[in-house]
Design a protein around this ligand. Structure first.
Ligand SMILES: Cc1cc2nc3c(=O)[nH]c(=O)nc-3n(C[C@H](O)[C@H](O)[C@H](O)COP(=O)(O)OP(=O)(O)OC[C@H]3O[C@@H](n4cnc5c(N)ncnc54)[C@H](O)[C@@H]3O)c2cc1C
Length: 395
């Protein structure tokens, strides 16, 4: 039986980008990626930062570049930020993952992994004993459950459509919409002036019964398409395809157990408000790759250190998480008020990019502009969520 150094389970962005990063760090590693379906098969519409595209060399998979972002409330408030250069890209997920796997040169096996118990990877007719296993199998958390580990506590139910026949006024501007459409609002990612991908989201506890969601989401989507002020752009649009999927929305506490490391959606690597899963996978994946290489070369303690790095990331991102939870607790009027205040307070557009990456920065200035009744709601909610997150992640 062939001995592999690293087995990666899953060929989504987490598995594919890790394979590529590992191959760049040490081309002598014996790596195998096991995918039960097809590489990059999750129906994902993904906008990310252009630096992720250039770092990973996936320009061929970019479907559109953006130099503008608009954050809109369903009650009409609007923040708009325009940049001199393109700062975001909308990527073809499948193409990006395929390209990364191909460039990594790793072996790919198309089969379902049954178990990772005892640090071994069990397939239908074979058991592998690699030095390191990276579980990048996404939402579902099969192996986290098998190993008795925590799973992301919150998930998003996403309903996604590709639209044609639209009248997109500025195809280089993407829109994020917050308010009373679903629990998380929705997004529009233009591809050109007649095509775009749009989606709506409903937040739920992980493992909640989903029977009522499809109907609810169809209503959310109707609302979303009809919504003003951008409704005119989508008024005569036609739906070309649609999908419903889940997406985790809260980080787990532990990302290492024995020789198994967790990366990507199964570790809940997301921004609490904007998602940005691709960016988080890129940021944390680079650290993960370095630790895996060191572990393969005989220093298994490096995997434990990766857990320490994750702990400090959780701590440094804690404020973003607290504000995220506070944000989702607000009603539509309060969200509208915040977007209005931000649009009037000349928020630095570079800070907005930083916020999207999960850095809170100094928001004290704009807090003084918040009316008293909302101010005290925010103070109370921040306090409650601070305690909640301290208990959850810092014990
Ligand atoms: C609709 C939607 C819109 C999104 N929009 C954005 C966005 O705009 N920007 C952004 O940055 N992020 C976005 N995200 C999030 C981002 O796409 C995810 O964070 C990212 O794709 C997660 O990658 P992953 O590799 O962890 O998981 P996945 O892409 O789900 O990959 C997991 C892979 O593992 C395979 N697998 C599972 N179990 C097994 C097994 N037992 N054996 C073998 N293989 C297995 C699966 O087949 C799958 O291919 C969006 C997500 C969704 C669903």
């Amino acid at each position: 039986m062939k001995k592999y150094d690293i087995v990666i389970i899953g060929g989504g962005f987490a598995g594919a980008s890790l394979a590529y990063k590992l191959s760049k760090l040490d081309s002598s590693l014996e790596i195998v990626l096991i995918e039960r379906n097809a590489v990059g098969c999750k129906p994902v519409s993904a906008f990310t930062f252009t630096d992720v595209v250039s770092d990973m060399g996936i320009r061929n998979s970019v479907r559109q570049y953006y130099n503008q972002i608009e954050i809109i409330s369903t009650l009409g408030a609007r923040e708009s930020y325009t940049y001199d250069d393109d700062v975001f890209a909308f990527i073809d997920y499948k193409k990006a993952c395929e390209e990364l796997v191909e460039r990594s040169g790793c072996k790919v096996i198309f089969e379902e992994v049954k178990s990772v118990k005892g640090g071994k990877v069990e397939l239908k007719d074979e058991v592998m004993e690699p030095k390191v296993i990276v579980d990048a199998s996404g939402q579902g958390y099969k192996f986290r459950k098998e190993l008795g580990m925590d799973v992301p506590g919150i998930e998003n139910h996403l309903y996604l459509k590709k639209l044609t026949n639209c009248s997109i006024t500025n195809p280089r501007s993407l829109h994020l919409v917050f308010g009373d459409i679903g629990t998380n609002g929705g997004w529009i990612y233009p591809i050109n002036d007649t095509e775009c991908e749009i989606g709506v989201a409903e937040r739920m506890r992980s493992g909640a019964k989903i029977t009522e969601f499809p109907e609810k989401q169809k209503k959310n989507m109707e609302c979303f398409i009809a919504h003003q002020p951008y409704g005119g752009m989508l008024e005569s649009s036609r739906s070309e395809s649609e999908t419903m999927v889940f997406y985790p929305y809260e980080p787990v506490k532990r990302v290492v157990k024995g020789n198994v490391v967790f990366l990507g959606d199964n570790a809940g690597m997301v921004h609490p408000v904007f998602g940005m899963g691709i960016h988080y996978i890129h940021k944390i994946g680079s650290i993960c790759a370095e630790h895996c290489v060191q572990a393969v070369h005989g220093n298994m303690k490096r995997l434990k250190e990766y857990q320490n790095v994750w702990d400090s990331l959780l701590k440094s991102d804690m404020n973003a998480w607290i504000w995220g939870q506070v944000f989702w607790g607000l009603n539509t009027e309060q969200i509208d008020m915040i977007i209005k205040i931000r649009s009037k307070s000349q928020v630095d557009k570079l800070n907005v990019l930083s916020e999207l990456r999960g850095h809170i920065g100094n928001s004290k200035g704009s807090l003084f502009l918040v009316p008293e009744r909302l101010y005290w709601v925010l103070v109370k909610e921040v306090f409650i969520n601070k305690i909640k997150y301290k208990i959850k992640y810092c014990r």
